[in-house]
Write a protein that binds this ligand. Structure first.
Ligand code: NDP
Length: 243
């Protein structure tokens, strides 16, 4: 897979950083974006270079149209191609709908949904046969098992519909589009400690949180040539939360 290029949005920490490492191990050169954590992003890029692959970091706010366009433009400017787009950057607003403001709603739509649409539109103009679109959804896109997650659940459910439509649009070109739906994964966004963690784990068959590497392994498989016949799918990696 030498010379293939992957862009991972939100690759500086958590699930995104693990995805970057897994794809670099599989031979991808990497562009990774971040919002604020320049130092963390550079550390992840350093690991990629230590694996013998190229890496660039891109500071871009995924909640803005300019940021969405910039990540694709910079990847193309530096590498001249894009073979896998992993839309991972996201936020998790928590609270009942009757306490949510219009601004809260706009922000989560922009980062969790609009960014995925714009980045996909911009990236696929440059994608060749064998291209891969992988969106990080959530098990809460399939089930909303407790109160306070309506906005988040709606944005992640939207990715399912988007992936199906994109799979239809680009299947004839040999490009696949899928959603990975993580269950609770121990990261800064969702630490495996505290009261909410206890509640969330109670919906997992094992009662346990997953690891960032669980998600990275699934993404690496979808990004591989072996996954060419999987498209338009929403694949749970969730300890059975959706069961
Ligand atoms: P983290 O909060 O640990 O990491 C978020 C990453 O996204 C960071 O790299 C961060 O960059 C980047 N990011 C955040 N906001 C923006 C922005 N406005 N523009 C660009 N980049 C941004 O999150 P996780 O690793 O936990 O989550 C990653 C994805 O997985 C999200 O889409 C989330 O919804 C999804 N997910 C997570 C689950 C979990 O339990 N953790 C479960 C299900 C889905 P910076 O470091 O600069 O802040």
């Amino acid at each position: 897979m030498n010379n293939r290029v992957a862009l991972v949005t939100g690759g500086s920490r958590g699930i995104g950083a693990a995805i970057v490492e897994a794809l670099a191990k599989d031979g991808y050169d990497i562009a990774l974006s971040y919002a604020n954590s320049a130092e963390a992003a550079e550390k992840v890029a350093h690991k990629v270079r230590a694996l013998g692959r190229k890496a660039i970091t891109i500071k871009a706010d995924g909640a803005t149209v300019e940021g969405n366009k910039a990540v694709i433009a910079k990847t193309i400017a530096d590498f001249g191609r894009i073979d896998a787009l992993v839309c991972n950057a996201g936020m998790f607003p928590y609270g009942p709908i009757d306490e949510s403001s219009a601004e809260d709603i706009e922000k989560v739509l922009n980062l969790n949904v609009r960014a995925v649409m714009i980045e996909t539109a911009e990236a696929t103009r440059h994608m060749q046969k064998g291209g891969r679109l992988i969106f990080i959804g959530s098990a809460f896109g399939a089930r909303a098992p407790f109160p306070g997650i309506s906005l988040y659940a709606a944005t992640k459910a939207a990715l399912r519909g988007f992936a199906k439509g994109v799979a239809r649009d680009l299947g004839p070109k040999g490009i696949t589009a899928n959603v990975i739906e993580p269950g609770p994964i121990d990261t800064d966004m969702n630490p495996a400690t505290g009261d909410v963690a206890k509640l969330i784990s109670s919906f997992v068959t094992t009662g346990a949180y997953g690891k960032v590497s669980d998600i990275a392994a699934a993404v690496a498989f979808l990004a591989s040539p072996q996954a060419e016949y999987i498209t338009g799918a929403a694949i749970p990696v969730d300890g059975g939360l959706e069961a």
